[in-house]
Design a protein around this ligand. Structure first.
Ligand SMILES: Nc1nc2c(ncn2[C@@H]2O[C@H](COP(=O)(O)OP(=O)(O)OP(=O)(O)O)[C@@H](O)[C@H]2O)c(=O)[nH]1
Ligand SMILES: [Zn+2]
Length: 225
């Protein structure tokens, strides 16, 4: 396949440039195939995996699985690789002059670990201090969901959420903490059911102890899954 860089598509993905640590590593021909073409190719790949495992795909319970999995990958679990799905982060003027921290906590995170393609399930907590703009509350949940719907490592997801909000809100004063369970740790390998992973990214004023403490006090990090 011809490799061509399509800068517009990458910009729409929210990636300023390809290959830096906080960007999702993408092939340069990532946008050459349509959604339908991707589903068609992945369907055959899933069928191949299942047949290699020895499964009889003429069984009426297994017959639809390759197509089902392909659709789920492209449209659901990894839908955040499609720049068209990027939520519009509508912001408004801070007319009410609200000057304190705003915290959106317990945002549900469903993502997929890029090392094992197993679920990451947890909660994200976001805080920002307005520099003149405010953002619709649901947009923060949508931004988390968009970046979560990719093969991910939790560190990158945390940073991507903060960068997106910093850009939308035109301020560095944004923070995100994610507390999540990785099924690759909980259900296989070391099989530690209890452990979870906490990641954080603190921008601007959140680098200061008092501001960071206020955020942590609001969320109390008592997340239950
Ligand atoms: N830093 C980081 N590591 C992750 C994340 N999700 C999964 N991992 C780790 O990625 C590592 C991959 O290590 P490998 O040794 O190549 O994989 P593996 O042989 O399956 O390792 P085990 O899980 O220890 O059985 C594992 O230690 C996972 O726990 C994440 O979001 N961040
Ligand atoms: Zn994993």
């Amino acid at each position: 396949m011809k490799i061509e860089k399509n800068i517009e598509d990458f910009d729409a993905l929210g990636e300023d440039h390809i290959g830096t640590s906080s960007n999702t590593p993408m092939r340069q021909d990532a946008f050459k195939l349509s959604i339908e073409e991707k589903i068609d190719i992945i369907k055959d790949d899933v069928r191949h995996i299942m047949e290699t495992l020895g499964l009889d795909l003429t069984d009426d319970s297994l017959n639809g699985t390759p197509n089902r999995v392909a659709k789920m990958f492209v449209k659901e679990l990894f839908g955040g690789l499609d720049p068209k799905k990027k939520p519009s982060a509508s912001t408004f003027e801070n007319k009410y002059k609200y000057g304190e921290m705003l915290v959106e906590k317990n945002i549900t995170v469903y993502s997929t670990c890029e090392h094992h393609l197993l679920p990451i399930v947890g909660k994200a907590h976001i805080a920002y201090i307005s520099s003149g703009r405010v953002i619709g509350l649901s947009k923060m949940n949508r931004i988390v969901d968009y970046y979560a719907k990719r093969p991910q490592v939790q560190e990158r997801l945390t940073i991507q959420v903060v960068k997106e909000l910093q850009e939308a809100l035109k301020t560095q004063d944004v923070a995100c903490i994610i507390d999540a369970k990785h099924l690759c740790v909980n259900s296989r390998g070391i099989r530690d059911v209890e452990s979870s992973t906490v990641t954080s990214e603190f921008g601007g004023k959140f680098k200061e102890e008092a501001t960071r403490r206020e955020f942590l006090d609001y969320i109390k990090l008592d997340t239950k899954f």
